[in-house]
Design a protein around this ligand. Structure first.
Ligand SMILES: Cc1cc2nc3c(=O)[nH]c(=O)nc-3n(C[C@H](O)[C@H](O)[C@H](O)COP(=O)(O)O)c2cc1C
Length: 185
């Protein structure tokens, strides 16, 4: 399975790290310049550490990279975490970086595009942008943990969210603890 992973400057870079650690896939990674600081601040890693976990990496300014073309076949593109900035650009059809260009291509080629925004609360502009992307075929999978799984650690919450994103990619994973219905005595 081939996955394009974009990391942008929203909070939640730990989600991307967990995806890179556990994905059963060939990951093609692009990290936005603005996410560098957030990665370091939140995880203690830097973007070079993240890049070592991917099969291929590209510079976000390289709009001529192979993943910018509709001829590059992949199973899904995930942008995780996805900033409101990147979300707005995709909703507006702006392709001024490799991440936004690859996302625009995913939409035009009708390939799976999964955005994992993290922001709260949400303005009408952000909500309208999410609706627009959904109508164009993208999937908004906001970073929202569940509590019915009784998470004990941040890692449990991260695994739930990353596992659900892997489900959306059609990727086998062991991160999601599947709901088996209410257990009764
Ligand atoms: C520590 C930190 C946390 C941030 N968290 C968020 C966030 O959760 N959501 C968001 O949309 N932007 C967040 N931002 C702002 C984005 O990084 C900023 O809008 C940036 O321009 C995004 O650029 P990019 O989309 O090219 O990565 C954060 C910035 C910093 C420094």
């Amino acid at each position: 399975m081939k996955i394009v992973l974009g990391i942008t400057g929203a909070s939640g870079s730990i989600l991307a790290r967990r995806f890179l650690e556990t994905a059963d896939a060939e990951v093609h990674l692009v990290i936005s310049a603005n996410s560098d600081k957030v990665i370091e601040y939140e995880t203690g890693y830097n973007s070079s550490d993240f890049k070592k976990m991917a099969a291929y990496t590209y510079d976000d300014t390289d709009v001529a990279a192979r993943i910018s073309s509709g001829s590059f076949i992949f199973n899904a593109m995930v942008i995780m975490p996805c900033s409101m900035n990147t979300l707005a650009k995709i909703a507006a059809g702006i392709s001024d970086s490799l991440i936004t260009r690859a996302a625009a291509v995913a939409l035009k080629e009708r390939r799976r595009l999964i955005l994992v925004p993290r922001e709260m609360p949400l303005s009408a502009i952000a909500l309208e942008n999410m609706t627009r992307i959904t109508r164009a075929g993208g999937i908004i999978a906001a970073a929202m943990p569940a509590f019915y799984t009784k998470p004990q650690t941040i890692g449990d919450m991260v695994d739930f969210m990353v596992g659900r994103v892997m489900d959306l990619c059609g990727m086998d994973n062991i991160l999601v603890k599947r709901w088996k219905g209410e257990e009764r005595d």
